[in-house]
Write a protein that binds this ligand. Structure first.
Ligand SMILES: Nc1nc2c(ncn2[C@@H]2O[C@H](COP(=O)(O)OP(=O)(O)OP(=O)(O)O)[C@@H](O)[C@H]2O)c(=O)[nH]1
Ligand SMILES: [Mg+2]
Length: 303
């Protein structure tokens, strides 16, 4: 009897790591050629690990986007957020460490490098924001000393989607070959399959999108005082009705979230609605309310 040959494909887990604001989520969106993670100019935008599956003819990669690692933690949410990335690290075949070469290296990098050093995964160093690192803003040389710790080094611009394919090629080179039939099983087990691909069924994703707009339109510490919960998604044939609550920790923040004459909340709502409409190709009615709940950070902690 002729034994049928098993087909082997590349497969593994890749953890995207770095300090806040280096462009990890932007890079994942570029890899996936669609928006799977929210991004903003403020550090600590990503609060939870999220996984998505990339696939092409070579195989499949489960990517984990992690919140930026911080050195100084002064609040409950920060504390919780900082435990996320290390949890994911042990599971990665490859660590993709993203640095922002348009900014000088700071002490913040040390904590990330400490984690990278401890891991026995394969490692890729990504110099991101090459488009912005021009003239006096080019700090690549300050990061060069890290190169010895990594299997591969690559320069990219996540926002301009430059050299992202080169990065994917490197990842495939470092991943093991696995029997194709085992890959699907593994993906099911890690529940990575459809998470968190944008979907109107995902209340969590809609909440994230609203939080992204709050990060874009609110200043200073206000974004860190908020959390968003979607309470209702209802298909009303002509439109989709979405109700969501923005929780904030104090009255002064509530006032800032609402803004003069409701200007801010309208701006946040308008931009979230426009994006949801583009995504779903449906008309959306988005109802946003703002509530004070000083205890939301504790709820996030216990999640
Ligand atoms: N110029 C430039 N800006 C970029 C690039 N990649 C990301 N950015 C910007 O950098 C900021 C941070 O990007 P994010 O992707 O949210 O960064 P992050 O590392 O996920 O941040 P946290 O989730 O807070 O850890 C955003 O304003 C992005 O638009 C890039 O290649 N070039
Ligand atoms: Mg992020």
């Amino acid at each position: 009897m002729v034994k049928s040959e098993t087909i082997k494909k590349k497969f593994g887990r890749v953890v995207i790591l770095g300090r806040p604001n280096t462009g990890k989520s932007t890079l994942l969106n570029a890899i996936m050629s669609q928006k799977v993670a929210i991004t903003s100019p403020l550090p600590q935008t990503t609060r939870k690990n999220s996984r998505v599956v990339f696939s092409d003819e070579r195989g499949k990669i489960i990517f984990s986007d992690t919140p930026g690692i911080i050195n100084k933690i002064n609040d409950l949410v920060g504390k919780r957020v900082n435990t996320e990335a290390p949890k994911e690290l042990g599971r990665g075949n490859v660590i993709v460490c993203v640095v922002d070469i348009s900014r000088p290296k700071s002490d913040e990098e040390n904590k990330v490098i400490g984690l990278v050093r401890k891991s026995d995964s394969r490692k890729i160093l990504v110099y991101n924001k090459t488009d912005a690192a021009i003239g006096s803003k080019d700090h690549m040389a300050e990061y060069n000393y890290l190169e010895d710790e990594f299997d591969k080094v690559i320069s990219v611009s996540a926002i301009k989607e430059k050299n992202v394919k080169g990065l994917i090629n490197y990842i495939f080179e470092l991943l093991p070959e696995v029997d194709e039939e085992n890959i699907e099983k593994d993906i099911e087990i890690t529940e990575a399959k459809n998470r968190p691909v944008i979907s109107m069924n995902s209340r969590e994703y809609i909440a994230e999108l609203i939080r992204e707009k709050a990060y874009l339109f609110l200043r200073k510490e206000v974004p860190y005082s908020i959390n968003v919960e979607v309470t209702k998604v209802q298909d009303k044939q002509k439109l989709i009705l979405i109700q969501a609550t923005i929780y904030t920790t104090a009255d002064r923040y509530k006032k800032m979230v609402i803004g003069k004459g409701g200007k801010k909340i309208k701006e946040i709502g308008y931009n979230a609605r426009k994006e949801l409409e583009l995504m779903s190709r449906r008309k959306i009615f988005l109802e946003l309310t703002v509530q004070i709940d000083p205890h939301w950070p504790e709820r996030v902690i216990s999640n």
